[in-house]
Design a protein around this ligand. Sequence first.
Ligand SMILES: NC(=O)c1ccc[n+]([C@@H]2O[C@H](COP(=O)([O-])OP(=O)(O)OC[C@H]3O[C@@H](n4cnc5c(N)ncnc54)[C@H](OP(=O)(O)O)[C@@H]3O)[C@@H](O)[C@H]2O)c1
Length: 240
Amino acid sequence: MSRPYIFCHMMTSLDGKIMGSYMDTPEGEAAGKAFYNIAFGSNPHYQHQGWLSGRMTTDDNFTFYKPPVLDEEAPPVPEGDFVALPNAPMYYVSVDPSGKLGWENSQLTYEDTTAHVLEVLTEKAGNAYKAFLLKLGISYIIAGKDALDYALAMAKLKSLFGIQSLMLGGGGVLNWSFIQAGMCDELSVLIAAAADGSSETPTLFEARSGLAAESPVGFTLKSAEVKEGGSVWLRYTVNK
Ligand SMILES: NC(=O)c1ccc[n+]([C@@H]2O[C@H](COP(=O)([O-])OP(=O)(O)OC[C@H]3O[C@@H](n4cnc5c(N)ncnc54)[C@H](OP(=O)(O)O)[C@@H]3O)[C@@H](O)[C@H]2O)c1
């Protein structure tokens, strides 16, 4: 395969929400631990070299909507991609088509997992943003003119960074766009025994007009397991 194996791993409420106050209930917290242990704990089920996140997810969790510190007078960066760190044990792969994220460091820590930041840009990202990433030592690849070229991006992750297995880690917009593009092999969903009834929060899959269609997709159940706090771990293959 010229791209990594891609599995989508997410935690949801009973009603399919990927964020919200249900996460703070005892049942939500127990599910959160199970979610982490399956993909990142000391003896994880998945053995991946990176996880992929949408721009909103990164801003919510790591960059907090701070604008990047740009030098509009920066000299032109070298053409093409920038590999600051090949074959890192773990990458945080950030889909940021226009280059909006205000990173401060080339490394991040999620619970007890450390990862090298790797930005996935399109040609919409300007020279000043790429110079900003270079200065911070953050790797980047360019895939697509105005819209993300999924196949090219995934091929580069494998060939330039050695990523054999990649976790598709949300949010809902990113997840659905990858599923619609045929870029997801497996779905792993940890359903917490909790809900908060919010109608404002995103669900596991969110079709964004201009990014992905609403073509229905079927899944084949691989396994079902009861986990901590009455949560349920379901694994499916994505029907092509
Ligand atoms: N429960 C869980 O397991 C879990 C996991 C992850 C995230 N979350 C939560 O989910 C929430 C965010 O979800 P979300 O669905 O609103 O947003 P998201 O998927 O994180 O981000 C959407 C943005 O990412 C970029 N993007 C995504 N797919 C793209 C594609 N195919 N092509 C080009 N650009 C693409 C676009 O950025 P631009 O707008 O810059 O163009 C798009 O607006 C956060 O609050 C986060 O905490 C929960």
